[in-house]
Design a protein around this ligand. Structure first.
Ligand SMILES: Nc1ncnc2c1ncn2[C@@H]1O[C@H](COP(=O)(O)OP(=O)(O)OP(=O)(O)O)[C@@H](O)[C@H]1O
Length: 450
């Protein structure tokens, strides 16, 4: 019972007893009965006082103990979140905190196939990107793999996960450091949407730096982490640029952790983005770090050309028709002809600040990375060495590109944002794969080197 109530009840009881004694004195005079009532009344008054005294001192001690516990708990909580912050361990946010930070999820800064991203500011002033996992069927799996993969990694070229929120009643959220210049696609591909907020034409120097940054981020994932981490969705949309145009690899939704000694291929369902998928993955021959290297090579080609690798162009023979063009194949031809500058983004050539030697290095590295036979591709550490000039880059061998060719016969859109993501298990071959079964068997032969 609370202290105020005890005091009121005690006071009422005492007043009642005193009144009873006074009434008894008046009506019973100094009779035996009066003395009996008087004695009992005084005893009860003492008992009430005793009870009040004990309960007050008990309540005081309890309050003191509670306030001590509270302040110790608060101190512990502060220390705990400080230690987590220092150690870079992601914090668990409450849904309310994220709602406040994003002002009710008002400012959407990005949208991918499985998530929407909102800008927010935390209580301590940190700018964050709050990623809401929308795809329910893939949400849990992506959420877990993203947290597991990125929680343990710290590198200047990997986006930092600050925390997460997985309240049972709300969607799942991931909280990242905010990267102010958006994704690389907005800076290398010509603007399709004029009102797009961020973006422009990235200079050659910065493109070369971005290529090195991404290679360093991936090299760290492949070589320097406790378990090898495969990103498996390397593409311009997943490369973010900070205020100094330093590149950060993001979106670990498809990432896979494999043992360090698992140098051999691992079997995994195909789930990357069309146009960046390595042939061995498409042919269900398993994945390895070389799968990321292939996607990275594809990104390098897009950085050099300022265009998508797969796109539809006007057919010169029938103007009303459009045909599919596969940029890596064009690059392969230009490499053989020694006409590398012809594949460089025209906007860069117009500004005249392109280093021809660097173009050769970047294109050669890219063509090594997109070799169909995974064993011919360099490691990510070698890519860094080649781009930074510590390792000589030989002319890449001719490549038939037999597997990727059949991607371009698909009649769907080729904008990678609208490009559907593959998500089928190994025994569920898609229509286009079935149609291309002859290409399939030919490609399998090419890959296995028979
Ligand atoms: N930390 C960040 N800072 C700024 N913008 C971000 C950040 N993270 C994501 N974005 C923006 O949101 C977009 C979508 O994010 P993300 O690629 O992580 O979503 P997704 O649904 O996982 O995409 P995907 O289609 O690859 O599955 C990015 O292309 C980028 O423009």
């Amino acid at each position: 019972m609370d202290e105020r109530r005890v005091n009121i009840i005690a006071a009422i009881s005492v007043i009642t007893l005193i009144t009873v004694i006074i009434v008894a004195r008046v009506t019973l005079k100094l009779s035996k009965a009066f003395f009996l009532i008087f004695g009992a009344g005084v005893a009860v008054i003492f008992a009430v006082f005793g009870y009040v005294f004990v309960s007050i001192s008990y309540n005081r001690r309890r309050r003191l103990f509670e306030s001590q516990m509270k302040s110790e708990g608060q101190e512990l909580r502060i220390e705990y979140s400080f230690l987590r912050k220092v150690a870079g361990v992601p914090i668990k946010f409450r849904y309310k905190e994220l709602e406040e930070a994003t002002d009710g999820f008002q400012a959407q800064i990005g949208k991918g196939a499985s998530a929407s991203v909102f800008k927010g500011i935390l209580n301590d002033g940190t700018s964050v990107a709050v990623k809401r996992i929308d795809a329910e069927e893939r949400g849990e799996k992506e959420f877990r793999s993203e947290v597991a993969a990125i929680a343990s990694v710290h590198h200047v070229n990997l986006v930092r996960l600050l925390g997460y929120c997985n309240a049972p009643t709300a969607p799942r959220y991931l909280v990242y450091e905010y990267v102010s210049n958006g994704s690389l696609d907005c800076w290398i591909f010509p603007k399709r949407v004029p009102q797009r907020r961020r973006g422009g034409c990235l200079s050659w120097n910065l493109r070369y730096k971005v290529a090195i940054d991404v290679a360093k981020g991936l090299a760290y994932l492949h070589h320097d982490c406790r378990s090898r981490i495969l990103h498996l969705d390397v593409k311009p949309e997943n490369i973010l640029l900070d205020e100094n145009f330093r590149a950060l690899v993001s979106d670990f939704g498809l990432a896979k952790l494999i043992g360090k000694d698992e140098s051999q291929k691992v079997v995994s369902a195909i789930r990357g983005t069309r146009g960046y998928l390595a042939p061995e993955w498409l042919l269900e021959q398993g994945i390895s770090d070389k799968t990321d290297i292939y996607s990275y090579g594809m990104v390098l080609l897009e950085i050099v050309g300022g265009r998508k690798n797969v796109c539809s162009v006007e057919d010169e023979r029938a103007k009303s028709k459009r045909k599919w063009q596969y940029f890596p194949k064009i690059v392969n031809e230009k490499v053989r002809e020694g006409k590398l500058m012809e594949i460089v983004d025209h906007r860069l050539l117009e500004s005249g600040s392109v280093d021809e030697r660097q173009v050769r290095t970047m294109v050669y590295v890219a063509m090594w990375c997109v070799q169909e036979k995974p064993r011919l591709r360099p490691s990510m550490a070698q890519v860094v060495d080649m781009l930074e000039g510590r390792m000589r880059v030989e002319m890449p061998p001719d490549t038939r590109m037999a597997v990727v060719d059949f991607l371009s016969v698909d009649e769907s859109e080729t904008d990678s944002n609208s490009m559907p993501k593959f998500d089928f298990m190994s025994n569920q071959r898609t229509q286009s794969n079935v149609e291309c079964s002859s290409t399939y068997s030919f490609a399998t032969t090419v890959l296995s080197g028979r």
